[in-house]
Design a protein around this ligand. Structure first.
Ligand code: FMN
Length: 166
């Protein structure tokens, strides 16, 4: 649980590369996520190529940290893999959050970059990464060893809790 409570968005990274075994662990965590009817509609694109990372910053306005990142994982859904229509966003969000928590466990820094439902970002990423028509990008996780430190943020708010009825 301490990974969940310590996690913050990290947007500055050192030049240390991420090992292949850590990358595998990030993807194992992603694919351990729950999904509607266990449909697992996700597909993951790993990007280490600095030119492609820089190209993403041209189609996603809030992704400038990718210029320093060692790795980006683009979390996509293959709509042909959906058995229960419409749940792909929740499935791929659960996978994205698992990557963030695993990255915290591994001592990496990461930040979730939202793509879907912003149409311009979806279109830009689809074109840039040659995604088939049936594949939609939900998010991008930017990763690297942290070059900034952030304190945990306590957002526990009792007023948001409703017992039995609103
Ligand atoms: C759906 C979603 C989309 C986000 N998109 C971006 C983004 O495009 N760029 C960015 O720098 N951070 C993005 N974030 C990170 C949030 O800004 C961040 O999680 C929030 O400010 C809380 O801070 P914390 O993650 O450090 O706890 C996104 C987070 C979520 C969940």
């Amino acid at each position: 649980m301490k990974e969940i409570f310590k996690r913050r968005s990290i947007r500055k990274y050192s030049k240390l590369p991420i090992s292949d075994s850590d990358i595998e662990n990030l993807l194992r965590a992603a694919m351990a996520a729950p999904s509607a009817g266990n449909q697992q509609p996700w597909e993951f694109i790993l990007i280490e190529d600095k030119n492609i990372l820089a190209d993403i910053t041209k189609v996603h306005p809030y992704s400038q940290m990718l210029k320093e990142a060692q790795l980006a994982i683009v979390v996509c859904a293959d709509l042909d893999k959906e058995k229960l229509s419409g749940y792909w966003v929740q499935d791929c969000s659960a996978a994205t959050e698992n990557i963030l928590i695993e990255s915290q466990y591994l001592g990496l820094g990461s930040v979730w970059l939202g793509v879907y439902p912003r149409e311009d970002r979806v279109k830009g990423i689809k074109e840039l990464l040659n995604l088939p028509v049936r594949v939609l990008p939900l998010s991008i996780v930017s990763l690297g060893y942290p070059a900034e430190k952030k304190e945990p943020s306590n957002r526990y708010d009792k007023s948001r809790i409703h017992i039995n009825k609103w």
